[in-house]
Write a protein that binds this ligand. Structure first.
Ligand code: HPA
Length: 248
């Protein structure tokens, strides 16, 4: 197993990672969001990529998802744990809580979302009935349990285009669609991983109540503040996966 962590808002680096080399990679689709940091935690090899760039300057709809996934595949990654900040829709998705989604509905509109479009010898449709790897989801859930960290098992992730947040009516529609959380980076990342046969799962941190579900204005400051604590727990879960028995 060669594992990569794709960090989102609030997680642009991994402490405890002894970086062996940092590689900016060019791919047929352009450059990755950040150099790949290839290193070790407790002697286990791990690759880290900051989805929004090291200075958090690439908005969700401008992330070069294809370059990121291509490069990770090129260095031999076969397992990805993605970290995503989300807004909570379902009642238990309170700000600060962690959740491992099990389904996705894709509402994005303008992203390059496949590797299978040019120079095809035949049309390819991947199976995406269950977008996340059951095995990696369980590894994450077990790790949280072993650390006494509360984590919710299962949610439907609504991937919106952004970069603006949703309207209250859009959130009501997502709720009617049975979406539990909403974020801007879950797709096409998960689908591209599946196209490359990379096992993929996500840890989401609820940063705020989704639009119209609380009295409060949704501000970047409030989101970042809420994420601080949640991301610390995410780090613990990830480190435990790497040093623990779950990952050889
Ligand atoms: N909507 C979409 N993406 C998000 C949100 C939200 O409310 N919070 C964090 N990422």
């Amino acid at each position: 197993m060669k594992i990569a962590i794709v960090g989102g808002t609030g997680l642009t680096s991994l402490e405890n990672l002894d970086i062996i080399r940092s590689e900016m990679m060019n791919t047929p689709f352009g450059e990755t969001s950040s150099p790949l940091s290839i290193g070790r935690i407790d002697n286990k090899e791990v690759v880290f990529l900051a989805r929004h760039g090291l200075t958090h300057n690439i908005p969700p709809h401008k992330v070069n998802y294809r370059a990121n996934l291509w490069a990770l595949n090129e260095v031999g990654v076969d397992t990805i744990i993605a970290v995503n900040a989300v807004g909570g829709i379902r009642e238990d998705m309170v700000p600060g809580s962690l959740v491992v989604p099990d389904q996705i509905i894709d509402y994005t509109t303008s992203r390059s979302n496949t590797f299978f479009e040019d120079d095809l010898t035949q049309v390819t449709h991947i199976d995406f009935s269950y977008p996340y790897s059951a095995e990696i989801r369980n590894v994450i859930l077990d790790s949280a349990k072993n650390n006494n960290i509360n984590i919710i098992d299962g949610a439907v992730y609504a991937a919106t285009e952004g970069p603006r947040l949703e309207t209250a009516a859009e959130i009501q529609r997502l709720k009617q669609d049975a979406c539990d959380i909403v974020g801007m980076t879950g797709m096409p990342e998960a689908a591209l991983a599946r196209e490359l046969s990379i096992d993929y799962a996500s840890i989401c941190v609820n940063a705020n109540w989704a639009a119209g579900l609380s009295e409060q204005l949704i501000t970047m400051e409030a989101i970042e503040q809420t994420l601080l604590e949640g991301m610390e727990q995410v780090r613990q879960v990830i480190v435990q996966i790497l040093v623990g028995q779950a990952y050889d």
